[in-house]
Design a protein around this ligand. Structure first.
Ligand SMILES: *Cc1c(COP(=O)(O)O)cnc(C)c1O
Length: 462
């Protein structure tokens, strides 16, 4: 399997190379040169498989023999063995043909564990085999940071540096990061906002000359291909659980960076019968405005009750644009680098193609709280604000009530107590494995919003 950049000016990579990098050197994102595809019969033969065995079927062609099958199988087994539910990704029925896929049974209670438990183990295997050391550097608005630390902290060949905006993540989220033990764990609270964190991370990736000669940076956010790859699996798993692939299913996906829904798009490209794919956004709705009005433009970033989707520009959307522009890297480059104050538009034919594939809906904070309250009243089930955005978009966009509609439940409500309280409900208790979270010792360093400060900090700790 070869991986190519969406901007067409980077060397072709193999799996190990995309695993150990972030953006392509030309500023693009890596995608597979061609996708594996599966027949309906083959997908059907996987029904009833445990999660990790299904994951092996789907992930194997992307790894393409670079990791021996038995090693990959045991890595996948270990990645999902500590999830708190035996089904790993259980489905819960909300109403007639209406489901949520609970993706928060991993150690940090958000769907990011699905990818980062695996990414950490893949990195560990490859780095030990090749006798290499790397530094993981990532910015987080909350959930990525803790999932990355949990996923990678056991890797002796990785030093982890996670930047979060000082005093702008929830207390549960901060403590989930700052109480992770280990000499290789470094939490940085940056005096700035999430965009400042991302800017610094991007610039460090762009010029890595500050690192010791034998080190390189590895990305853990969803520009890393391995994260997307891991997320394809639960689309197949969910469909198989409700009668697919014999019947099509629909998905509603709360998304900010377009990572999770892009994985759903790939599942469909790989042969899974998917009826609708719904982009569910909060008030930061650049993707909804594009689908709805053919307007792709920057608005000011507004903080919402679903902070993990407070993103201005969705980096993974470029991966979809690459297909929409018929894999013409120059056209993609021109489009994405043209994004500024002036709105961009797709040509009519492409816009219609995109809209035939994706529905979309933007949900404000008030409605988010109403949905949390409504769902609780109707089914006794407490959902988090991101999931609520997905449930609302599913209800609004649903085109065929006879097709199972599955909303991805991306986080446990305990992580977002604020929204739950505002919905007039009581915040749930922390799960057993986190009950002493507020007693554990915290470790983090507060740094100024400066690239030099951050790179010096990394250097001094490597
Ligand atoms: C990260 C995150 C999202 C958005 O994921 P994308 O990669 O932007 O699609 C949604 N909900 C929660 C709880 C998250 O942590």
């Amino acid at each position: 399997m070869k991986y190519i950049s969406t901007r067409g000016r980077s060397p072709v990579c193999n799996f190990e190379q995309v695993l150990l990098t972030g953006l392509a050197p030309d500023g693009g994102l890596y995608v597979p040169e061609s996708l594996p595809s599966f027949s309906v019969q083959e997908i059907n033969s996987w029904s009833g498989l445990p999660y990790h065995e299904l994951a092996f079927k789907i992930i194997k062609p992307f790894v393409d023999g670079e990791i021996p099958d038995d090693v990959l199988q045991s890595i996948l087994h270990d990645s999902y063995k500590d999830f708190s539910h035996p089904a790993v990704a259980p489905l819960r029925m909300l109403g007639v043909n209406e489901w949520v896929l609970e993706l928060y049974c991993g150690p940090t209670l958000a769907f990011k564990d699905f990818a980062l438990q695996l990414l950490g183990r893949l990195l560990d295997y490859v780095l030990i085999r090749d006798n290499k050391k790397v530094a993981v550097l990532g910015a987080t608005s909350g959930d990525t940071g803790s999932a990355a630390l949990e996923g990678c902290r056991h890797c002796k060949n990785i030093d982890l540096f996670i930047l979060h905006p000082y005093q702008r993540v929830s207390e549960v989220q901060r403590r989930q990061m700052t109480t992770v033990p280990g000499d290789n764990v470094h939490n940085i609270a940056l005096r700035g906002n999430f965009d400042d964190c991302q800017r610094i991370v991007k610039s460090a990736f762009g010029d890595q000359s500050f690192l010791p000669a034998d080190r390189q940076l590895v990305a853990v956010n969803s520009i890393n291909w391995a994260r997307i790859m891991a997320q394809i699996v639960y689309y197949f798993y969910a469909a198989l659980s409700v009668g697919g692939p014999a019947r099509p299913v629909s998905f509603s996906v709360p998304t900010g960076n377009f990572g999770d829904i892009y994985a759903g798009y790939l599942a469909r490209c790989m042969g899974l019968p998917v009826h609708q794919l719904i982009i569910a956004t909060n008030g930061n709705d650049i993707l909804h405005r594009l689908m709805n009005k053919n307007e792709y433009s920057l608005n000011e970033l507004r903080p919402t009750l679903s902070p993990s989707m407070d993103i201005m520009v969705s980096s993974n959307f470029e991966r979809y644009l690459f297909d929409l522009f018929d894999r013409d890297a120059n056209a993609v480059t021109a489009f994405v680098t043209g994004l500024g104050e002036k709105p961009l538009h797709l040509d009519e034919a492409r816009w219609n193609r995109a809209r035939a594939l994706f529905s979309s809906h933007g949900v404000d904070d008030k409605t988010t709280c109403q949905v949390i309250a409504d769902v609780y009243r109707q089914s006794g089930f407490l959902i988090d604000p991101h999931t609520a955005v997905g449930v609302e978009a599913a209800r609004i966009c649903n085109k065929d009530l006879t097709v199972p509609m599955i909303t991805l439940a991306t986080a446990h409500p305990v992580k977002f107590a604020d929204a739950v309280t505002r919905a007039g409900l009581e915040s749930p208790d922390l799960p057993v494995h986190m009950q002493d979270l507020f007693d554990r010792e915290e470790r983090y360093d507060i740094l100024d919003n400066s690239i030099q400060e951050v790179t010096q900090y990394l250097r001094s700790r490597l």
